[in-house]
Design a protein around this ligand. Sequence first.
Ligand code: BV8
Length: 242
Amino acid sequence: MMFSNIVILTGAGISAESGLQTFRASDGLWEGHRVEDVATPEAFARNPALVHQFYDARRERLGEVEPNAAHVALARLDAEWPGELLIVTQNVDDLHERAGAQRLLHMHGELTSGWCLGCNARFGWSEAMGEAAQCPACETVGRVRPDIVWFGEMPYQMERIEAALMDADLFVSIGTSGAVYPAAGFVQTAAYCGAHTLEINLEPSQGSMFFAERRCGLAGEEVPKWVGEVLGYSDHSSPISL
Ligand code: BV8
């Protein structure tokens, strides 16, 4: 099979071996909190302090973890792949970019970004945010929220994602349960547009039946192996065949 345009979707599972909680695991994020209490615009309007506490804790945790072998392998593929490549992550952590990935898109936002509801500016944010945060652009106090896509909100850059999915001849999903849309529907779009589809996950995901190929295992082991295969074949000039 010849392919040159790759779209890679990642989820919380790719950051698990770095020590970041996933959502649905027994010790997952949703264990400690009800989604509707911390990850919806209604929750933020109702109890901004609780929502800030939830995201401030996750932002602080970033300083205690490092990218793992899966992040590093994808950054290498990004650097060396001659064809089109886009890493679409559902993760709000910064481990892909800290591993060196460039062709990367955060469809659900980033912990290290703030959004002012007063002037609509978005800006880097590394410390605790809290209700008294001041917007660095309009200096308004108390209108800053985490720049995160909550349930019921439109994910970011959907046009760019749809275009890449339609051009893809290989779609790879890594470390996601396939429980949340529209991300969970990407495999069907890619397959419908003729792409080969591969799932790399600890266990078959909720959308596993839609994938042509599946590799079950730890991302930190399976992803470097897969990237080695892909780059191993590539002579960096023409699209590769498998
Ligand atoms: C929207 C940011 C309008 C916040 C997140 C269609 C049908 C049904 C419902 C809907 C639908 N369309 C929309 C909805 C509603 C909703 C939805 O999908 N609800 C679900 C619960 C049914 N979707 C929305 O509200 C979305 N917005 O629809 O807007 C719209 C949109 C487009 C077009 C028109 C209209 C917005 C959803 C985004 C919400 N924000 N994150 C935060 O981080 O706090 S979602 C969040 O959960 C993640 O970002 C991710 O997207 C999702 C699932 O998490 P995963 O990353 O998959 O993690 P999980 O723990 O579940 O799984 C981990 C997996 O890894 C497991 O399979 C495990 O086995 C594996 N694993 C673990 N360790 C390892 C591993 N694999 C390999 N190695 C390891 N070491």
